[in-house]
Design a protein around this ligand. Structure first.
Ligand code: 13P
Ligand code: SF4
Length: 337
């Protein structure tokens, strides 16, 4: 069980945004009764808590049983023998855990767990597109609803999208819903000499679409030797200037292994804070943009779903949608493993 002192040790170096907004020992002490109650209920109910890398650090470093990117957490959900899975992230991630565990209780503590990508396309859109593009393999980013996954052939995440699309034997691919990620896949395959006909849906992540390549030029001018890390949801002119492109966990692992000591990140700023905590001897800067959906998670809501889940927080998926969406997600595990 975390103590106020241990929590403070993890949080004290996090300095994203305004440097005066830092965690204090007193703040950590105030969080402790809620954390202790959550830990007691987890044991009592055989529950686990999965926490995405973007979620607020006081949650990430206190009650999480597993942390990671959307691929890593989906794997943890798949392998779990807990009776209850609480997914502190956004709705589509909790839904994916339910797709993988239809017999378990999956709880989403986030009252506002949308995602501009997942909310930008419906199952009806995909049904229409499949008529328009017969013979295409429909590949969906994990940032989609269960209903959309149920209409697609293969799911991917930011950690495996390049390799899975390359491996799919069909040369005709419809990738949805992230247009910018799709453009990055097209460029990547072109560079490798792989020729595929890839069609794209016009969705974007409202956080990552904002980044522009000029900020990279400026950072390189001002900080010699800085390593630039970006998420593949950024546009291709940003990705083209980066030193490393990867999922949130891949970026974390890359920093762990890198010989450099200063980094600039273009992704949701929760990751910058996490890296500041994990590697206090290294220097991090980043464009500090928050995902309002990921940041809607709170310790209080996690406690509430453990004590008395509201109907909204209990993930329910109809059996036919679950069965079809599971095929799509399992295809990802087959290609990725
Ligand atoms: P990761 O799978 O890289 O953690 O990304 C999820 C996401 O929503 C990024 O915006
Ligand atoms: Fe969705 Fe973008 Fe938030 Fe990730 S950062 S959850 S893609 S809105």
């Amino acid at each position: 069980m975390v103590t106020a002192e241990k929590l403070y040790e993890k949080l004290k170096n996090i300095q994203v945004g305004n440097p005066i907004c830092q965690f204090t020992r007193e703040h950590c002490e105030l969080l402790l009764p809620t954390i202790e109650r959550i830990e007691d209920l987890k044991r009592e109910k055989n529950a686990i808590i999965l926490v995405h890398n973007y979620v607020a650090p006081q949650i990430f470093y206190s009650v999480a049983d597993y942390t990671g990117d959307s691929y890593g957490l989906s794997k943890k959900a798949k392998e779990s023998d807990a009776d209850i899975i609480i997914f502190a992230a956004v709705r589509f991630m909790a839904e994916t855990a339910k797709i993988l565990n239809p017999e378990k209780t999956v709880l989403d503590p986030n009252p506002n767990g949308g995602c501009s990508l997942a909310d930008g396309i419906t199952a009806q859109d995909v049904i229409r597109l499949r008529k328009e593009f017969p013979g295409y393999t429909f590949v969906c980013y994990i940032n989609t609803t269960a209903e959309v996954k149920a209409q697609c052939d293969v799911c991917v995440t930011s950690s495996n999208v390049y390799t899975i699309i390359e491996k799919i034997p069909n040369d005709k691919i419809y990738f949805l819903p992230d247009k910018l990620m799709g453009e990055n896949v097209i460029n990547h395959l072109k560079e490798k000499g792989v020729n595929k006909d890839i069609r794209l849906w016009d969705g974007t992540c409202y956080v990552h679409e904002e980044y522009q390549p000029e900020s990279i030029d400026q950072v390189r001018r001002n900080f010699e030797g800085v390593e630039i890390l970006v998420h593949p949801e950024c546009n291709s002119s940003v990705v083209g200037k980066a030193d490393y492109v990867g999922s949130t966990s891949q970026m974390l692992n890359h920093v762990r292994e890198s010989q450099r000591d200063s980094f600039f990140l273009l992704t949701e700023c929760g990751l910058t804070g996490l890296l500041q905590s994990e590697f206090p001897e290294k220097t991090f800067a980043g464009s500090c943009t928050l995902c309002k959906y990921m940041k809607s998670n709170s310790l209080e809501d996690i406690l509430n779903v453990l004590e008395n889940p509201s109907p909204h927080s209990i993930i329910e998926i109809d059996p036919e949608t679950q069965r079809r969406a599971l095929n799509c997600v399992n295809q990802m595990f087959r290609y990725a493993d």
